[in-house]
Structure formats: C-alpha cells, structure tokens
Design a protein around this ligand. Structure first.
Ligand SMILES: Nc1ncnc2c1ncn2[C@@H]1O[C@H](COP(=O)(O)OP(=O)(O)O)[C@@H](O)[C@H]1O
Ligand SMILES: [Mg+2]
Length: 266
C-alpha cells in the first residue's frame, strides 16, 4: 500500500478525490507533480510561470505572463479589452496552442513538453470549453450534442453516470421537450446552455469559457451565469471565465485583469 502511495502518478494531485481518475495522458512526464518541496499538499490545477506566446510572424509577444495559478474547483473571472489576448490565453490553457517559452502546467502536465496528441488527450479528458459562438453541431439533437464530448474520452465516459446528459440539460434549465430537437431549432440562449452542458459532462477538472454571454440579453445572461457557476461547483470543475464585460466580475470571488497579468500589454 505504501508503495502505491509513493508511486502515485499525477492523478494523485488535484484529482485525488475522483476515485477513477486515471490521467493517462500517455507521457513520461506524469509524476512531476508529486516532486514538490513546499508544505502545500496539492499542486495547483493550473500553474503558469513566465509564459510567453508570440503568434507566428508577429513582431512582439501577445502574452508574457510571469505567474498565474488556479486551484482545483476555483472560479476566476479574467477581464480584458478586446484584442488583449484572452482567447489566446484560453487556447494555451486548452492545449490548442503551445507556449513560445516558459512553463504552463495543467494537472501537473507541462503542456509545452507534451506532443500535440498528448495535449489533445488531456483536453478531451480534463477540459471543457464553452465558446462565444457555441460550436454546436446544428443537425444533431440537443442530447447528442452533449454526449458527443464523451465519444473522445474514456475518462469522461467513466465519470458520467447513465442519464448524465439529461441531468445536466435539466440543471441548465432546458426542459425535456427540447432534448430531441436539433440544436438549430433552439434559441441562442438555449444553445448556449446546451454548450455548457456539453462542456460539463464527465466532470472535467477545468472549464474554459470564452465570452459565452456576449450574444445573450441581460436576463438570459444572468440566468446562464448562475447556472454555469452552480453546475461547475457541483461538478467540482474549476472555471476560467474570460470577458470584456466588467459587469460580470461581481459574480466571482476572484477577478484578475489581463492587462495587469500580462507584461506585453500595451
Ligand atoms: N490566429 C491568429 N493569428 C495571428 N494573430 C492572432 C491570431 N488570433 C489572435 N491574434 C492576435 O493576438 C492578439 C490577441 O487576440 P485575442 O487573443 O483574440 O484577444 P481577445 O480574445 O482578448 O479579444 C491580437 O493582437 C490578435 O490580432
Ligand atoms: Mg477573444
């Protein structure tokens, strides 16, 4: 038993409470997370150190972030003007882009050292994304849009109980009468709730939301925010919510300004 503890892989960190957590991201770098001399028991879910990103062909870095940490289950509102690099940062956190320099750890994995395939695996298993433009498949039913996220990840399938899609859709305020309709038949506000349910299914460790309320009217926006934050808390998913809309900041215990975090900010 003791030997198991000593050799516990990265899954023993922020995912320790998940009994079936098996972070099989296929890399040899699993295990780094336990090499920690600080008294803190758990490594942060997200740990950014001197992260730089420069778009190919650009004259300057878009991002140069000395430090940013996020703990498991934490909800962070990241404010920033249009063009300040919010979507670029989320693409880095999601492993869609690779850092130009510095270290970006998610669940103890240094994304800059993982192959593209390993980053894809980590994203499929552990990260849910809600985009500004939803990115639902319009011809699929509401239910099938949500369960689609499970097809790419055995871990998310194992974490999602039978009926989880329906439970999440209900929790996001979508009545059963809508579940068999195609996504194209829903209103914008309803589609965004489906996108949130899809991001949350299988309880990813990290949920990234890129200005998901910008197409919603005020009432829909408030209802969506409340449901999204509640569902993240229930799933134990940390949330990084980016927006230029400072009015949303009051909903979050932790608020950061990208122009302050980012040394490259104009
Ligand atoms: N695909 C891309 N290729 C080159 N430059 C890009 C690309 N996407 C964004 N940028 C540049 O990166 C900067 C930040 O953009 P972005 O991350 O989209 O900001 P935000 O999401 O805060 O509006 C901008 O200067 C933008 O021109
Ligand atoms: Mg953006």
């Amino acid at each position: 038993m003791d030997a198991n503890r000593v050799d516990a892989p990265a899954a023993g960190g922020p995912l320790a409470e998940a009994p079936r957590a098996d972070v099989s991201v296929g890399g040899s770098s699993v295990g780094d997370v336990s090499v920690c001399d600080a008294p803190r028991a758990e490594a942060p879910l997200v740990d950014v150190r001197d992260l730089r990103y420069r778009w190919p062909g650009a004259a300057a870095d878009t991002l140069d972030i000395p430090a940013l940490q996020l703990q498991a289950g934490e909800q962070l509102f990241l404010r920033g003007a249009s063009g300040s690099g919010k979507s670029t940062l989320l693409a880095l956190l999601a492993g869609v882009l690779a850092p130009t320099a510095g270290s970006l750890r998610v669940l103890g994995q240094d994304l800059g050292r993982l192959s593209g395939a390993a980053r894809d695996r980590l994203r499929a298993d552990q990260i849910g994304v809600v985009f500004q433009q939803f990115n639902l498949l319009p011809y699929l039913s509401v239910r099938d849009n949500v369960t689609l996220a499970l097809r790419f990840s055995a871990r998310r399938r194992a974490q999602a109980a039978t009926g989880e899609a329906e439970r999440l859709l209900g929790a996001m305020g979508l009545p059963a009468a809508l579940w068999s309709r195609t996504a194209a038949q829903l209103s914008v506000g309803q589609q965004q709730r489906v996108a949130a349910a899809r991001a949350l299914i299988g309880r990813p460790a990290l949920l990234l939301a890129d200005e998901p309320t910008s197409a919603l009217d005020e009432d829909s926006r408030d209802a969506f925010m409340a449901l999204l934050q509640q569902c993240c808390a229930e799933a134990g998913s940390a949330l990084v919510f980016v927006s230029h809309d400072a009015r949303l900041a009051a909903r979050f215990a932790r608020v950061a300004d990208l122009s302050r975090l980012n040394r490259s900010a104009a």
